[in-house]
Design a protein around this ligand. Structure first.
Ligand SMILES: C[S@@+](CC[C@H](N)C(=O)[O-])C[C@H]1O[C@@H](n2cnc3c(N)ncnc32)[C@H](O)[C@@H]1O
Length: 416
């Protein structure tokens, strides 16, 4: 069996070593490990390895605290000590910006650690298998790994199992949404909810006082049993009310720090016109409007836009405008209408905002605040913005997802 020294990490589930001069990507390996591996695949430029034996563990390695790791594909960095996870994320983020832009970011302190490395996920989506088993997909597979608890999830860990058993094969997924010490469940059904599903949901809520409500959705219908409203505090004086099944950031404590960072970068006041192009329920739009900024928020999800608009009215921010439309179309339409924002916030899904670079650059905002959950697509999009004379001035990471390789990043780019 070949011996490999793992010398670096990826923003993924792999540690990297070299074998006969060729890179080997080894799942669950930690930089500093000496491992005996089997070759599991060849990919041209690199090989994929599989750990057969850890000959000398890295000083940054620990026994994974979760009994389901590494079979469960949910947390691919459980075996790394938390301080080292944050340090690796800082180095990988700095490395990505050095390679793409020649920027020298100090990796130390570049990523804001999470206050809690467990129990931080306000929303967790469990798969439901045959017979009402709940769990997560195994790494790079659709095989279900059954779990009876999840260390990173907040809220009542037993509740999804009870609901899945009650709903049986009709249910494909259950998401838990933690709200203080109570939990809301969102069940994705394979067809529209029936009277029997509602009755079962009512019975589950009656039995379990930790449950506030259950949303049953499927076949284009959505029904709420009990209570599914959430109040999400994003700043001391700003709480956003929305339904539990709308998008909200999964790490509430880190989200407060992210919102504070975005507000500080924007320096929002009554002189500033903000275009928030993936605004959700108003996570950034509403705090900016509270500071007096003239806000236009855009999101493709009409329910999220309705929630943002209702919150604005409730907070006395009726001048803020929210549009339910695709960001790409809105940016083109606003450019044609001669609208000129001072600042654009881009907080796209994982795939990034490639199609938006051209239309946003045409709006000529003085600053763009780009918030990303994927470093590679962010770097690609910032590269495209550089061609329109937008220069990176500030980058900071926020560890929203401890025990995984994932990372939230904010970049401030200015028109030069
Ligand atoms: C990462 S979330 C960010 C939401 C919000 N900024 C927040 O922090 O809660 C991405 C948002 O993009 C929206 N979205 C996805 N594709 C879109 C598109 N083509 N145009 C506009 N919004 C889109 C989703 O509905 C979702 O609310």
């Amino acid at each position: 069996m070949p011996l490999v020294e793992i010398d670096s990490m990826t923003l993924g589930p792999y540690g990297i070593g070299r074998l006969d001069g060729k890179a080997v990507m080894v799942p669950n390996a930690v930089a500093g490990d000496l491992v005996e591996i089997a070759i599991a695949g060849e990919r041209g430029t690199h090989a994929i390895g599989r750990i057969e034996r850890i000959v000398r563990p890295s000083p940054r390695r620990r026994p994974a605290p979760c009994p389901f790791a590494p079979r469960c594909g949910g947390c691919d960095w459980q075996q790394i000590k938390y301080a080292a996870q944050v340090a690796f994320k800082g180095e990988l983020l700095a490395g990505a910006f050095r390679r793409a832009f020649g920027l020298e970011l100090d990796p130390r302190g570049l990523v804001e650690p999470a206050p809690e490395e467990f129990g931080y996920r306000a929303r967790t989506r469990f798969k439901v298998g045959a017979g009402g088993t709940v769990g997560f997909h195994a790494a790079a597979s659709h095989a279900l790994v059954a779990v009876d608890r999840c260390l990173v999830a907040a809220g009542n860990g037993a509740a999804p199992g009870a609901l899945a058993t009650a709903l049986g094969a009709r249910c494909a997924e259950i998401e838990t949404v933690a709200d203080g010490d109570r939990t809301i469940l969102i069940a994705s059904l394979k067809r529209a909810p029936q009277a029997a599903d509602r009755a079962r949901a009512r019975a589950i809520i009656a039995r379990d006082p930790s449950l506030r409500g259950i949303v049953l959705s499927g076949g284009g219908r959505r029904e709420i049993v009990g209570e599914a409203r959430l109040s999400l505090a994003v700043e001391p004086d700003c709480a956003i009310e929305s339904d539990a099944d709308l998008f909200s950031q999964i790490n509430r404590a880190q989200n407060c720090k992210l919102v504070a960072a975005v507000m500080a970068l924007g320096g929002f006041d009554a002189r500033i016109k903000l275009l928030d192009l993936f605004c959700g329920s108003g996570n950034f739009s509403l705090p900016a409007a509270q500071r007096g900024a003239g806000v236009v928020g855009v999101d493709a999800d009409a329910l999220a836009i309705a929630a943002a608009a209702a919150n604005a009215v409730r907070m006395g921010l009726g001048a803020a405008r929210f549009i339910a439309m695709k960001a790409q179309e809105t940016a083109r339409f606003l450019a044609r209408a001669g609208y000129r924002p001072d600042i654009v916030i881009l907080d796209p899904p994982r795939a990034g905002a490639a199609e938006l670079i051209e239309p946003v650059a045409r709006l000529r905002p003085a600053a763009i605040i780009y918030v990303a959950c994927d470093v590679a697509t962010m770097v690609r999009d910032l590269g495209a913005l550089a061609a329109h004379r937008y220069e990176i001035r500030h980058v900071r990471g926020f560890d929203f997802f401890p025990n995984t390789h994932h990372l939230e990043v904010v970049a401030h780019v200015l028109l030069t």
